[in-house]
Design a protein around this ligand. Structure first.
Ligand code: PLP
Length: 426
């Protein structure tokens, strides 16, 4: 039976048998018992499926991974302890010391730092390209040792919309997969696999959890990228793994090769495993994801329209708003809405933005986004406060910029709150 995404949000993943719990059981156990060493040995050799240690796999986490896999239309998925871990694993699973990756420059600051500082120290080189670059510019960024392309559907905090097909076409022309961080869009608003993307990641901490209760991440593989066609580029997947008894992942696991390797090698060695409790909370969030995303989008569009018409607001960035630079791309990739995050400038710069934030009663000042409760951030006086106005402009985060994560409250109440806070700036 083919299901709509709403049904998958509620009932995907865990399928209870006769007399079994209706809700996902929290398997709060580090270990699993076996009758013979031989039984357990088969698991270690990846000859049989089953659980032996929760650093690698846990049933609760796997139920939730299966739901997200279904939501994205993928072949295999794994949860991680954070979005950072998901993005690190997604790239490190196929790129190693001496390799190169092409990435959009418009990505979350934490991911930019992970790539440009930490993974660079590990010997992986990144070339950053504007998401708005031409096909020629994009193709020129590739090198013989390029192993992947990376971007965000809706970038945090720039709110640029990625032309997924353009990036997928370039990636495939160079024999490498496209990895997309789909955190802000969620599979409810965009399913990147439908546009040629190969691997999707999420910080589930954001809309998927949706209540600010558990940090987490996920990697989903579409199973569509043919690693064996470019076997010389991906020896980790296409040649025997000595640390796992000479298994060749592509031969043994087919469409599950990429996720099995990430589990068997990266979870084993780095252990960024989610807790079953957190996976349970994530699943509660997923059960209402479709309902919440619709309301986040409706509220954000109403707020964006209000801000656009306000004399104290100098500019608004929201790709769902007609006239926005990314409106056309959003119509193609995000026809149901552009998520709940809106950014805008308060006339009067830094001081005015600070005064506006101070005046808010419903919108809480928080570094978080994508939560049921409206929150906002003035980067110039918080996360980016060490930078001068000139440096802020160069980074694309002007001193007047306020990032508003529109929640699920009444849009009339939210607009009234913004109105009274803007009044105080005058
Ligand atoms: C788009 C995006 N990707 C990844 C991350 C990192 O996720 P986490 O904070 O769950 O590690 C974030 C965090 O804000 C994000 O916004």
């Amino acid at each position: 039976m083919s299901k709509h995404i709403e049904t998958t949000c509620v009932q995907g993943g865990y399928q209870p048998g006769n007399g079994e719990p209706r809700q996902i059981p929290i398997v709060q156990s580090t270990t699993f018992k076996y009758n013979t060493s031989e039984d357990m040995g088969k698991l270690f050799d990846l000859e049989a499926s089953g659980y032996f240690y929760s650093r690698l796999q846990n049933p609760t986490c796997d139920y939730v991974a299966a739901k997200i896999c279904e939501l994205e239309g993928g072949a295999a998925a794994m949860l991680t302890s954070s979005g950072q871990a998901a993005n690190f694993y997604a790239v490190f699973n196929i790129a190693t010391c001496g390799d190169h990756v092409v990435a959009s420059s418009s990505i979350y600051g934490g991911t930019f730092n992970l790539f440009s500082v930490t993974m660079k120290k590990m010997g992986i080189d990144f070339t950053f390209v504007s998401p708005d670059c031409t096909e020629e510019e994009l193709n020129a960024a590739f090198k013989p040792n390029t192993k992947a392309v990376f971007g965000e559907t809706i970038a945090n905090p720039a709110l640029t919309v990625l032309d997924i097909e353009k990036f997928a076409t370039a990636a495939h022309a160079h024999g490498v997969p496209l990895i997309i961080d789909n955190t802000f869009a969620t599979p409810v608003l965009c399913r990147p696999f439908e546009f040629g993307c190969d691997i999707v990641t999420h910080s589930t901490t954001k809309y998927m959890d949706g209540h600010g209760s558990a940090v987490g991440g996920v990697i989903v593989d579409s199973g569509n990228f043919d690693w064996t066609k470019y076997a010389e580029k991906f020896p980790g997947l296409c040649t025997p793994d000595d640390s796992y008894h000479g298994i060749t992942y592509t031969e043994r696991f087919g469409k599950g090769a990429y996720i099995t390797k990430a589990t068997a090698q990266l979870m084993r060695d780095f252990g960024s495993s989610p807790s079953p409790q957190s996976a349970f909370l994530l699943n509660l969030g997923l059960e209402s994801l479709h309902v919440r995303m619709e309301r986040h989008c409706e509220n954000a569009l109403a707020v964006a329209k209000f801000l656009k018409s306000h004399p104290m607001v100098s500019w608004v960035r929201y790709s769902g708003l007609e006239g926005d630079k990314y409106y056309e791309l959003a119509q193609k990739y995000l026809p149901l809405g552009s998520c709940g995050v809106v950014s805008f400038g308060v006339k009067g710069g830094r001081k005015a933005a600070e005064a506006f934030m101070k005046g808010l009663k419903l919108g809480a000042i928080a570094t978080h986004v994508a939560d049921a409760r409206t929150c906002c951030l003035h980067p110039a006086s918080s996360t980016h406060r060490q930078m001068t106005d000139e440096e802020l402009n160069a980074a694309g985060v002007g001193a007047d910029l306020v990032r508003l994560s529109v929640g699920l409250e009444s849009k009339e109440d939210l607009i009234a709150d913004l109105q009274q806070a803007l009044e105080q700036v005058k």
